[in-house]
Design a protein around this ligand. Structure first.
Ligand code: ADP
Ligand code: ASP
Ligand code: MG
Length: 440
């Protein structure tokens, strides 16, 4: 029998009316047995997500020792949800316990996780399903990585005999016994963890768009829907800013080859997008599958004659970044030049200056230059490796749009071309590349 795990994102949990839609989607297919939910998201533009309210609560706890005013907003939000749903559920006593535990635990992760906890409690009530707390079944090891074997066992034990179960996304329990969250958007990973544990036939990820689109719909109007993409393409696109699905969502389901189906809660009849392991994926015939971009990177450019013949040059540069605990995104290089691309946020509080000093000392470069405010744009597709002239088309499109190329990195996988442009050119560049490969 088919078993589906369905994850519903923040906009699908935003208010009582949408939660009723979610109920009819779940009731509409008997295979939809396991549900993973996010915290309530925005109801309209300018609204505040519950998770963001909770981060504010934690600030209040830090400053005043307990949260009062900030938690009142969360309380109001859940009270109005329960009222709209018209269910007989004493949400206020759950909220009282939650507030008390937030004040006692004094943990940012615990506080942030309560949006998912509360929406799962409500959804379990709406569906008449079993509530399974993620802190009892999703485990992290001492390095902070999710412990697949232990979580699989606990999830299966928890759902044994239950017709349907609801799990809160976004968090689990750390090796120290305390609640720990994934990075933002991490309920997508929780959905994948449950899908793997129950050996689901499909992992359905329900959101507010009708699938993975060829680029961000906030940048290009109605971009083309991608019918199917590979796990690898998903990694490249979501890591580079297509945050419709968290880039780490494929790791739990990869071993079991479980397809991920992106669907729209507001248009459940739409076909959506399938994200497939290589055993099921057949290329679409398109050269480019999608385009994504991310802002705020810094490029450290290093030039030194005969760099290539100096054994250990790259290692010395990278050791400096390691010393300051700065992750490296890309290292495009030439014969006498190399660039190191890092997220600007990792260089704050004077780290950049210290790193530059250490690089000077370590390798005595002829030139050392820093360019800030860089956006990286990834053009991704399996079709690119077999098609001649793709990069020529890409650079011509950028030139015609008067976008200045600051950096180029064609990954060795031949799955993507990454260009660095000024932050303010990011949207213009994505539009130009989209027009070149998709028309319109
Ligand atoms: P959820 O709350 O359901 O998890 P998210 O906000 O995390 O939803 O993701 C859905 C949003 O991702 C869409 O509303 C859209 O604005 C944005 N998005 C960015 N890039 C893409 C893309 N390539 N395809 C579809 N949506 C995208
Ligand atoms: N609620 C969390 C966030 O806002 C996790 C999620 O939505 O997936 O990041
Ligand atoms: Mg999301």
């Amino acid at each position: 029998m088919a078993v589906k795990v369905c994850k519903f994102g923040g906009t699908s949990m935003a208010d009582g009316n949408v939660m009723n839609r979610v109920k009819s989607i779940i009731d509409g297919d008997k295979d939809r047995k396991f549900v993973v939910v996010s915290a309530p998201g925005k109801r309209y533009s300018g609204d505040v997500k519950v998770t963001d309210m909770l981060y504010e609560c934690y600030k209040e706890v830090e400053q005043k020792g307990s949260c009062g005013a900030a938690f009142a907003l969360v309380r109001n939000r859940f009270n109005s949800i329960v009222k709209e749903l018209n269910v007989d559920f004493d949400i206020n006593s759950v909220l009282d316990e939650t507030e008390e535990r937030i004040n006692r635990e004094k943990s940012e992760d615990f506080t942030a996780s309560r949006g998912e906890y509360l929406s799962a409690r409500v959804m379990a009530e709406v569906l008449g399903a079993k509530f399974v707390d993620a802190e009892d079944v999703v485990f992290f090891d001492k390095d902070g990585a999710y412990d697949a074997e232990r979580s699989d066992r606990a999830i299966n034990e928890a759902v044994r005999g239950a017709a349907r179960a609801v799990f809160p996304g976004f968090y689990g329990r750390g090796a120290d016994g305390r609640v720990k969250t994934f990075s933002r958007g991490g309920s997508d990973i929780s959905g994948a963890i449950v899908a793997r544990a129950v050996n689901a036939t499909t992992y359905e990820n329900w959101t507010d768009v009708s699938g993975f689109l060829a680029c961000d719909p906030r940048i290009v109007e109605s971009p083309r829907r991608i019918k199917a993409l590979s796990y690898k393409e998903l990694r490249e696109l979501s890591y580079m800013g297509a945050n419709v699905l968290h880039s780490e969502s494929i790791f739990p389901v990869r071993k079991a080859n479980i397809p991920i189906h992106i669907l729209n809660t507001f248009r459940p009849e739409d076909a959506g997008t399938l994200i497939l392991p290589s055993v099921y994926y057949t290329p679409s015939g398109n050269i480019v599958t999608g385009i994504a971009g991310k802002k705020d990177f810094t490029v450290i450019f290093i030039e030194k004659s005969l760099m290539n013949s100096q054994i250990g040059f790259v290692r010395k540069v990278l050791s400096v970044l390691e010393k300051y605990d700065v992750p490296v995104e890309h290292i495009p290089s030439g014969i006498d030049t190399m660039s190191v691309v890092v997220e600007s946020a990792a260089l704050k509080d004077g780290k950049l200056e210290l790193i530059l000093q250490d690089i000077k000392q370590a390798v005595c470069p002829d030139t050392l230059r820093v360019t800030e405010d860089i956006a990286l744009i990834a053009t991704v597709g399996h079709g690119m490796s077999s098609s001649v002239g793709t990069s020529a088309r890409l650079f011509k499109a950028m030139a015609e749009a008067s976008v200045n190329v600051k950096m180029i990195d064609q990954g060795s996988s031949e799955l993507n071309i990454i260009v660095g442009v000024r932050n303010e050119d990011c949207e213009k560049c994505i539009r130009a590349i989209y027009r070149e490969f998709f028309g319109g």
